[in-house]
Design a binder for this molecule. Sequence first.
Ligand SMILES: [Zn+2]
Length: 67
Amino acid sequence: MKLDPCKFCGGVAGTPRDDQIERDAWVASVDCTGCEITVTMQYSCDSPQRAVECIGEMWNSKPAARL
Ligand SMILES: [Zn+2]
């Protein structure tokens, strides 16, 4: 998935990271390479692929970033 430029600084999005939080639960996050923004999932998916897909959609739509 192609990630849009950062909504805050216009910078390039970093590579999505996936993290396993339980045996069958994954979350993912994306850091901006231009500012301190990180978009992190507030829920989990059942595979790392799905988690990275979800975080890509989230980054491209409405970053739930906290400054
Ligand atoms: Zn940024």
